[in-house]
Design a protein around this ligand. Structure first.
Ligand SMILES: [Zn+2]
Length: 50
């Protein structure tokens, strides 16, 4: 199950409120607010999860 990289919530692909394609991967978000946070600074969230 994918995880929202901003808030770490587990998201179903079917119920995700927002998705972003970044560097060939699709990220799923629980809300538009989380998506916007990610889009503003994707690397900061990806570094934390790596
Ligand atoms: Zn979220």
């Amino acid at each position: 199950m994918p995880t929202d990289p901003v808030c770490k919530m587990e998201i179903s692909e079917d119920t995700a409120e927002a998705t972003v394609d970044y560097k060939g991967r699709t990220y799923y978000f629980c809300s538009e607010a989380c998506k916007e946070s990610f889009v503003k600074n994707p690397e900061s969230f990806l570094r934390k999860t790596a």
